[in-house]
Ligand binder design. Structure first.
Ligand code: GDG
Length: 731
């Protein structure tokens, strides 16, 4: 059974002062507990502390290994550059949209790369063929790519726990391209929400110039799957503590402390992304607006200390303390301060008790990847035990907002909005509170942290092993066999699309001329007895003849409208009776759209009209293409045409003409016993879908996207195959 190698910056262990180690619970580690994951697990990560702090490193290492942990020890310098620097002072603020807080330093970037490489090296020490490697979070963006090519047969997953910011901000990062390339080393890339995925895709497009689809992309001969996996909270941990013998006592203690006050609970790490000053602003506003409630409510602010000693965080702590003092000074009275600030963590039982007892849980981060407090609060409500249900107020900028639609959603920057929501929550009738909790709970209970991990690992397990999917591996063995059969006298037809199949795309179609080796390769293949070669393209005859004429290769142009037998002589029509009267009405509409969409133009072909948007703004072009597709489909409903959305084109073409019809004709004409077709887009599917009788039919899809083809490769893979085929024919 393959191992699961969990890789995260922090580890679920604590190194004791005597050098021994103790497992800690919570977070990721507990998501894998409970037997849902049947892989043996190994952890790779930083054990905390600087390497200089350990007296006996080998003892620490041995202790950690006993706990199933492979440590990545880091020096103080590395921690400064990689952790405090690049991870926490560059990436963290930027990913949370706080670009003005992000600081950039070349030496931090260097340290980040070095430490990511250390992680990759450590993973490779423990990884064996077939293992799953699951890398977590923004500290380790580069690790997936650093594993590529170094060990075959690893399935690599990457999950981002923070938001992925809009590409407009991400582009600010000097090292943006390397970071994106780093992540694309993974087979499965996961995010909490669809929006983060969307921003990631749009960064790939704008920074790397690469097209993706929602489900992923084809990158360097591999498929990179992208998905949305909203993390769940740790149900078991809360169930256990709430079912424990001490819980009623803890609950009673807190109930007594509250002394009849209505509790408005806030729990978070003290971080600027959590919007604590803004929240205090809302509390102040609420107390101003509702003097009658000042004595009734208790805003409890639990802020777990974070990054103490870092100036920014120390200043935030002081700011919060000052403002809490000011609010209490203004609105408190003898014996009651409406805001209580507790700057420390609490045992889980206390936290659960406070979730149960509070009237309102106020979760108002300015940005948050998910926010588990919101989910824990909802799940911990105990109406069935006769307790009153609480109300969740949730920032619309927390990932959890997409799942928790019955919370009261607020804009955390808008103090009036939050103050109004607090009042609404306090006034809300019990029946409505219950209804809201009951509507949200079933989903949370199903999608707990264990289910989340199981789903991600399931997808990772479905990734084909590297060599199974390496494209040339699939096609290559065919080369030898086909060559043997041609030499033995069987007749083979090769039908190859041009753009996107034999040649990559460029901005100006006229620039996509064949590279020097291609005509030679095609000519050599076409000269072999029993082997017929056709280039089957959407291009106009003139281009094809200029670049691929006279090679003995048959040219099929305009998607199967005309052909040039053997690449010389006169072009002929496959079907002389094609009716093209439909063109005039549609042409006008397409031209109008081109006028309105910079970077697009209309191309007229003998039996087709094509709207090109390769040079348009990529997102605008894509959006316009989709609406155009609908418009044209409606306009052409009664016409003998077909409309399709190809690579950067929308094409309307005569139904009486297709690449499939043309290839079918040639297969018969040439009396092929074997036919191999290869193409990359929807027009090629008409040839891929052929089922010629009595012919062994091999179909190859070049690139990603849905297809009926049996083989899949990329441009390079196809080229390697054709070259290999030529060599085998010579042998
Ligand atoms: C990252 C992302 C994303 C808090 N105070 C106490 C305490 N907690 C526990 C809560 C909760 C956790 O800490 C905080 O949840 P977050 O969701 O903020 O998680 P982080 O790991 O900080 O953040 C975040 C998350 O990853 C998961 O992908 O949701 O957006 O930033 O579980 O219960 N626990 C105890 N005492 C406390 O005082 N025992």
């Amino acid at each position: 059974m393959a191992k699961l190698i969990m890789v995260s910056n922090r580890l679920p262990v604590k190194v004791e002062p005597d050098g021994t180690s103790k497992r800690t619970t919570g977070g990721l580690a507990s998501a894998l507990e409970g037997g849902a994951i049947d892989h043996e697990q190994v952890w790779v990560g930083w054990p905390g502390g600087a390497v200089e702090d350990f007296d006996d490193l080998e003892k620490v290492r041995a202790g950690l290994e006993q706990e199933g942990v492979r440590p990545v020890f880091l020096s103080q310098d590395e921690l400064d550059g990689f952790y405090e620097g690049y991870s926490n002072s560059t990436l963290w603020p930027l990913l949370h949209y706080m670009v003005e807080r992000a600081r950039f330093s070349q030496s931090w970037w260097q340290a980040y790369q070095d430490v990511n490489r250390k992680f990759a090296d450590t993973i490779l020490e423990v990884a064996e063929e077939g293992d799953l490697v699951w890398i977590h979070d923004y500290q380790l963006f580069l690790v997936p790519m650093m594993l590529r090519g170094r060990k075959l047969g690893l399935r690599v997953g990457f999950f981002l726990h923070t938001p992925f910011c809009t590409s407009e901000l991400f582009r600010v990062l000097p090292d943006r391209a390397a970071i994106l390339e780093g992540v694309l080393g993974a087979d499965v890339v996961g995010f909490h929400t669809y929006n983060y995925l969307r921003h990631f895709r749009s960064s790939i497009l704008r920074v790397l110039g690469l097209e993706t689809e929602t489900e992923g992309m084809w990158h360097e001969g591999r498929e990179v799957k992208m998905g949305v996996y909203p993390i769940g909270h740790n149900r078991t941990m809360f169930e256990e503590v709430m079912g424990g013998p001490e819980f009623p006592e803890v609950l009673e203690r807190h109930r007594a402390d509250l002394d009849g006050k209505r509790l408005i609970l806030n729990v978070e790490r003290l971080d600027y992304t959590k919007g604590i000053p803004e929240k205090l602003g809302a509390m102040r506003r609420f107390l101003e607006l509702h003097p009658e409630k000042r004595n009734e409510v208790m805003f409890l602010l639990i802020a777990v200390p974070s990054r103490q000693g870092v100036k920014e965080y120390d200043e935030l702590t002081e700011e919060v303390q000052r403002e809490v003092g000011a609010i209490n000074g203004k609105f408190g009275k003898v014996g009651h301060s409406p805001v209580q600030f507790l700057h420390r963590g609490f045992p889980l039982a206390d936290l659960a008790a406070l979730y149960v007892l509070c009237d309102v849980c106020l979760v108002t981060p300015l940005r948050d990847g998910m926010n588990l407090v919101a989910k824990e609060f909802v799940d911990c409500q105990r109406m069935e035990d006769g307790l009153s249900a609480g109300v969740l107020i949730l920032s619309e900028f927390a990932g959890a907002a997409t799942e928790l639609s019955q919370a009261l959603h607020v804009n955390p920057y808008d103090v009036d909005d939050v103050a109004t929501a607090v009042n609404r929550a306090l006034e809300m009738p019990e029946a409505e509170r219950r209804e809201r909790i009951e509507a949200m709970r079933p989903r949370l209970r199903k999608n707990h942290s264990g289910a989340w991990a199981k789903q991600f690992i399931g997808d990772l397990n479905r990734v084909p092993m590297r060599d199974e999917r390496a494209p040339t591996m699939k096609l290559r063995p065919l080369a030898g066999d086909l060559a043997k059969r041609v030499k033995a006298g069987e007749k083979l037809g090769l039908f190859l699309d041009y753009d996107g199949t034999l040649r990559g795309f460029v901005d100006v179609p006229e620039d996509a001329v064949p590279d020097p080796g291609l005509p030679q390769l095609l000519a050599e293949l076409a000269s072999v007895d029993g082997l017929s070669v056709a280039v089957v393209s959407g291009r106009a005859p003139a281009f094809l003849e200029e670049h691929l004429g006279g090679l003995g290769v048959t040219l099929v142009g305009e998607h199967g409208f005309r052909w040039l037998d053997g690449g010389e002589g006169e072009w002929a029509l496959f079907n002389p009776h094609v009716n093209n009267e439909w063109k005039s009405g549609l042409r006008e509409h397409l031209e109008q759209v081109s006028l309105e969409t910079p970077g697009t133009h209309v191309e007229e072909k003998a039996s087709a009209l094509v709207w090109h948007y390769r040079a348009a703004d990529p997102e605008f072009g894509e959006w316009r293409a989709r609406s155009l597709l609908d418009e044209v489909t409606a306009m052409a409903a009664n016409l003998p045409v077909t409309v399709h959305h190809g690579k950067k084109i929308v094409e309307v073409s005569s139904l009486q003409v297709s690449k499939g019809e043309a290839v079918d004709y040639l297969i018969k004409q040439w009396q092929c016993g074997i036919a191999l077709v290869a193409g990359d887009d929807q027009t090629d599917e008409t040839m891929i879908a052929l089922e010629p009788e009595g012919v062994e039919f091999l179909s190859v899809k070049v690139g990603k996207g849905s297809t009926r083809a049996v083989y899949r490769t990329d441009i390079t893979g196809l080229r390697v195959f054709l070259e290999e085929f030529r060599e085998c024919l010579k042998r």
